[in-house]
Design a protein around this ligand. Structure first.
Ligand SMILES: *Cc1c(COP(=O)(O)O)cnc(C)c1O
Length: 482
């Protein structure tokens, strides 16, 4: 068990040597009543021990630099280190958000050009960079939907249609905006059931504000009837919202505008290379078509040919959704990534799709593939065969950790039982994919021959099984000294 740094404390040890003993806290102008009466109980450790402590902790962590991370729907791709260098340049990190436009031309130019690049990629007419995550972008998009219909006096549009395969944030975001959720079923091909969709629009004529969709959907399958879906929505006067958290499959190949969408959010921290996990920071820009431009949050960044400015002057703006201008560091990394790839962005998507199909074909003999079609950037297996032998998907995921692979996303999407959602991304080479496939195949064999070994996994990780429910329900992060 790792000791806490407090437990490594040895009285009298110190990490710094302050030779100037003339510093008197009283000369710093702190009032007597604010001064400590007792010494703080800080750990007393040398610099070397502090470094060892944090190195030890980081060694226990798993990240994309440690190994393959096929976390479906979460796009754990390679994040070029040059992005980090660029985001940490003095000119960016020392800028104050209240500085004048004149002082911040470089930063505003970067944001403007990122907006332009994202317009090109999505086909949208205008972009806000404010959202700080995918779900935050969704909320922003749904607020735009709400304001749009309010401005048209169509407040009876209180419903939002969401497929049964949707990411949980979609119904949650629409719900937070006060919309009622109507669930549309998937058909036997894992795509939106058009008959059911038509029926929903028939039964709720004129009261549907939007459909929220992701394409490719969460099964990693392309919705072939997307143009029909957009026609059904638009004929009724509803808007089409695109969950673009994972644009990894379609960059430079198609875009949401071509598919008929009106609003899009993107996850820069998935598709555009900012590292994530552990809670951020991320960025969830939102793009809209021409008729929704005036509803974006303020400010948007504009350029008059001479000067970049923060524009607060949008007629129907929903207001602000985040302080200042978004997570600027993430914007820098996304811009760097887009510039670096240039015309080869499309290649990233093609490679991501190729890698996913390669793995799918290697694994489908050993695991059930409920929707056996050519996939996009990810695919979903079912552990039903293994479950019949007494081993659940959760245990397969735990066993994978013994092979030094991060488990795929499990139990999502909800329409696949014992789901294993695998997304290799474009970053991985064939050797890595083969190693992963072999580990999955070994586990499938082990389920038959020695299931106990899978059931008791993981065997060689620093932490074994944790009580996830208890950890979530009774979160206790406080250190109590005995
Ligand atoms: C990750 C994801 C989201 C939510 O993004 P966050 O940044 O985690 O809020 C929404 N939809 C899909 C399809 C996603 O994969």
């Amino acid at each position: 068990m790792t000791q806490l740094i407090f437990e490594k404390s040895i009285s009298g040890m110190t990490g710094v040597t302050i030779t100037d003993e003339t510093v008197d806290v009283n000369t710093l102008g702190i009032k007597e009543k604010f001064l400590r009466k007792e010494e703080p109980e800080l750990p007393q450790v040398s610099e070397l021990e502090v470094m060892r402590h944090f190195k030890e902790l980081s060694d226990k962590n798993f990240c994309v630099e440690s190994g393959f991370y096929p976390l479906g729907s979460c796009t754990m791709k390679y994040n070029p280190k040059v992005n980090e260098y660029l985001a940490s340049l003095d000119g960016f990190t020392n800028l104050h958000p209240h500085q004048s436009d004149e002082d911040a031309q470089g930063a505003l130019e970067l944001m403007y050009k990122l907006q332009e690049a994202l317009k090109e990629i999505t086909g949208m007419s205008a972009i806000t960079l404010q959202g700080s995550a995918g779900a935050h972008g969704e909320l922003c998009g749904m607020m735009i939907v709400k304001h749009y219909f309010k401005s048209k006096n169509e407040t009876q549009r209180t419903n939002v249609v969401v497929p049964d395969s949707a990411h949980g944030t979609n119904p949650a975001s629409a719900g937070m905006c006060g919309f009622n959720i109507l669930k549309v079923n998937s058909n036997e091909k894992g795509q939106v059931d058009i008959n059911h969709l038509e029926q929903i629009f028939e039964e709720n004529k004129g009261t549907i504000a939007a459909i929220m969709l992701t394409n490719p959907n969460t099964l990693g399958l392309f919705e072939e009837n997307i143009l029909k879906i957009s026609q059904i929505a638009h004929n009724d006067g509803a808007l089409l919202y695109y969950d673009g958290a994972n644009l990894n499959a379609i960059l430079g190949i198609t875009n949401p505008k071509v598919m008929g969408f009106d609003i899009v959010h993107l996850n820069l921290h998935k598709t555009f290379s900012t590292p994530h996990g552990g809670g951020g920071p991320g960025a969830g820009p939102v793009g809209v078509v021409e008729k929704l431009k005036e509803f974006l949050p303020v400010p948007v960044i504009t350029y008059d040919g001479k000067k970049y400015s923060r524009n607060y002057n949008l007629k129907n703006t929903i207001g602000k959704i985040k302080e200042f201008y978004g997570n600027f560091g993430v914007l820098i990394k996304a811009y760097a990534y887009i510039l670096m790839r240039g015309n080869t962005l499309k290649q990233a998507s093609q490679d991501a799709v190729l890698n996913a199909n390669y793995l799918k074909e290697k694994l489908k003999e050993y695991y059930e593939l409920p929707y056996d079609y050519t996939c996009m950037h990810e695919f979903v297996l079912s552990g039903d065969k293994q479950k019949a032998d007494g081993v659940h998907t959760l245990e397969i995921a735990k066993r994978l950790m013994d092979f030094k692979f991060h488990p795929p996303t499990v139990y999502f999407p909800l329409i696949v039982s014992e789901a294993l959602m695998i997304e290799p991304t474009e970053s991985e080479n064939k050797k890595r994919l083969d190693d992963f496939a072999n580990a999955m195949i070994d586990i499938a064999k082990e389920v038959k021959e020695n299931p106990q070994n899978v059931l008791s996994a993981p065997h060689n990780t620093p932490v074994k099984r944790v009580d996830e429910t208890n950890a979530a329900r009774h979160l206790d992060l406080r250190y109590k000294k005995d």
